[in-house]
Design a protein around this ligand. Structure first.
Ligand code: UFG
Length: 321
């Protein structure tokens, strides 16, 4: 298939684009990032279009010029705390961009979308691991923009305009050698911050030590970025075979605390990660673990790297000079 990947030059987008190209799809990446710097291993087989996901005419042209059959939509803004402080750019990029893309898809008669949603759609969680039917009541503007996109896709699916799989990511982590390394600007994520602390300091701030999680630090469900990418490939196959629209967690069902992640990184590094206790970060839930059974049943997704030590080892290896 010819597949458009929006946000194809981001941390997760690179893994998705590469995985689809390796599976034999023709991949077009559509991303705002200029074409400089690190190249994915499969760069030669991935066509790169530089553009803004809010630019409907550019999207329509790209879909038509490349005879695109299906879209994987990752482009968007992703920092939860930033979305609380500055909500409008989140609505603009994540929902405005989503509407522009959906209009372009309808104009170009492209009817299938795999959408990058988030565990952030759930909000305060009453049950762990979280099942897909859990109440969706996001705490942040970021989460609300993702939920709004899910609602829009549900409405379009109901009238047969677009069929979709919304993948609710839990914590993407780790690296695929030569393809993608976890880096953001600004960096707010645990593993890159811990690796930076180990390399040269300042110490890693551990946000909260008084959660009800055993060791007191917050617990998350870490999914290897290569496994996350694989979920997109399977979701596209599902839609191509006429499968029903649905929303699925991409989760292992396993929870690890911040202290456990740091200990795992220390094993992989063979050196300590300097840390300092800090206050809880506003908006952080104590635990976020997803039930991962539906995606296994519906798509046959089996994570190759559910083990935390595998994930941290891949991050450490990718960051070695
Ligand atoms: N943490 C620290 N110190 C740091 C960075 C993070 O202690 O320097 C802690 C956080 O407080 C949290 C855990 O490590 O408890 C994981 O934090 P991340 O920032 O790595 O990831 P989040 O769980 O905050 O966010 C992830 C995605 C978001 C998504 C969210 C779903 O990165 O895009 O899950 O709620 F929205």
């Amino acid at each position: 298939m010819n597949v458009l990947v929006t946000g194809g030059r981001g941390y997760i987008g690179r893994a998705v684009a590469h995985g689809l190209a390796e599976a034999g799809h023709t991949v077009v990446s559509f991303d705002m990032a200029p074409l400089v710097g690190e190249k994915p291993r499969a760069a030669s087989s991935i066509r790169q279009v530089v553009g803004d996901v809010r630019d409907e005419p550019a999207l329509t042209r790209t879909l038509q010029d490349h005879a695109v059959d299906a879209v994987v939509h990752l482009a968007g803004k992703i920092v939860v705390s930033e979305s609380v402080a500055e909500p409008l750019p989140y609505w603009d990029h994540n929902v405005g961009g989503g509407i522009a893309l959906l209009k372009a898809m309808l104009a170009a008669n492209v009817r299938q979308m795999v959408f990058s949603s988030s565990a952030a759609v759930y909000g305060a969680v009453a049950a762990e691991p979280i099942p897909e039917h859990h109440r969706r009541d996001p705490l942040s503007p970021y989460g609300r923009t993702k939920l709004t996109m899910e609602w829009m896709l549900e409405d379009l699916d109901r009238v047969g305009a677009v069929h979709y799989v919304a993948l609710r990511y839990f914590n993407a982590a780790g690296a695929v050698p030569g393809v993608t390394v976890e880096r953001h600007q600004p960096e707010t994520h645990l593993i890159p911050n811990a690796l930076a602390a180990a390399a040269s300091g300042p110490p890693l701030k551990i946000f909260g030590s008084d959660y009800d999680t055993g060791d007191g630090t917050a617990m998350r469900d870490y999914v290897h970025v290569g496994d996350l990418a694989d979920a997109h490939r399977l979701a596209l196959d599902h839609l191509a075979q006429g499968g029903a629209s649905m929303a699925l967690n991409v989760a292992t069902g396993l929870g690890y605390t911040v202290a456990e992640v740091v200990a795992s990184l220390e094993r992989a590094l063979g050196q300590p990660v300097p840390t300092v206790a800090a206050d809880r970060r506003p908006g952080d839930p104590p635990l976020l673990i997803g039930r991962g059974t539906a995606i296994r049943e519906q798509l046959g997704w089996v994570p190759a790297h559910p083990d935390l030590d595998d994930i941290t080892a891949s991050a450490v290896a990718a960051n070695r000079p």
